[in-house]
Design a protein around this ligand. Structure first.
Ligand SMILES: [Zn+2]
Length: 285
């Protein structure tokens, strides 16, 4: 099954009169969506107690929950004490995620800093191995870690880099953020053939099983010479990418990803649009 849902609460959640995250599961369900991505991106401040309560309401409503780990993670940092911190943020995210009853932790792999891209990426691979060892020692080997493709030129996380990271361990599956890929590559995603090329590359490098269950972030993103500038809504008709071509490819390869919409403010509405496009594509098969 392909699941669709928003990253965080959209503006309409609040204009509908809600403010508590405990209402999110029923709200998401009433919109006809399947999943919600909880953001720990600014820190692990949510209490364990609230995680348990959230887990309960999400389970009751049959809505899957995923988490996005803190933004300050950087596995390419040359300073070992900073790597310890990044490992700590992932372990902390996994603890919250487990209490919420989910199993996917999305994270940004790292950035180049003062290092060359190659040096930074070599560091990153070495440190992700360290991370995996620790995650297993702490008993989280039933979780999935989902490194994300990134949109800015200084960030690590091209499609090729994410595939290499995912090949380090079975716990690692990709978060393919098509808006980020499009921004990083100055608008290379123009239609179905481009999605086909990306999915084919994944099948060839990480295998069909991981590609089938991959995590997807989808939003339109404004970019400049150095890549990502800002997240847009589906109203945009300038930067893209468009979802239609991807829907065809998901059907073609019989994929069952989780698709999270990160539109600015309209993430639930745009997730609904994607779900309808996908269902239409399926029904025409
Ligand atoms: Zn992200």
């Amino acid at each position: 099954m392909v699941k669709f849902g928003p990253a965080g609460n959209s503006d309409s959640f609040y204009t509908d009169g809600y403010s508590s995250t405990l209402d999110t599961a029923t709200w998401v369900k009433n919109k006809g969506l399947d999943v919600f991505e909880y953001s720990l991106s600014r820190g692990l401040t949510i209490t364990d107690d609230l995680c348990i309560k959230l887990g309960k309401v999400f389970k009751e409503n049959n809505i899957e929950i995923t988490v996005h780990a803190p933004y300050y993670i950087n596995f390419a940092n040359p300073d070992d004490s900073m790597i310890e911190k990044s490992i700590g943020y992932i372990l902390g995210s996994l603890k919250k995620l487990k209490l919420m009853g989910g199993n996917r932790c999305i994270f940004h792999p790292g950035s180049c800093g003062k290092l060359s891209r190659q040096e930074a990426f070599d560091n990153l691979l070495k440190n992700i191995k360290k991370l995996i060892k620790r995650v297993k020692e702490e008993g989280y080997d039933d979780m999935l870690l989902c490194p994300e493709t990134m949109g800015k030129s200084q960030q690590l996380g091209t499609l090729e880099e994410v595939a290499k990271i995912c090949n380090l361990d079975k716990m690692l599956i990709p978060t393919i953020d098509f808006g980020h890929i499009n921004a990083f590559t100055q608008g290379s995603i123009k239609g179905e053939e481009d999605y086909d090329r990306i999915i084919n590359y994944l099948i060839e490098t990480i295998g069909y099983e991981k590609t089938k269950i991959m995590h997807i972030h989808f939003s339109k993103i404004e970019y400049g010479p150095k890549g990502e500038l800002k997240h847009l809504t589906f109203e945009d008709d300038k930067f893209g990418p468009e979802f239609d071509g991807l829907a065809n490819i998901i059907v073609k390869y019989k994929l069952s990803p989780i698709i999270i919409c990160e539109s600015k403010g309209t993430q639930a509405e745009d997730a609904i649009k994607m779900k309808k496009i996908y269902q239409n594509t399926m029904s025409q098969k």
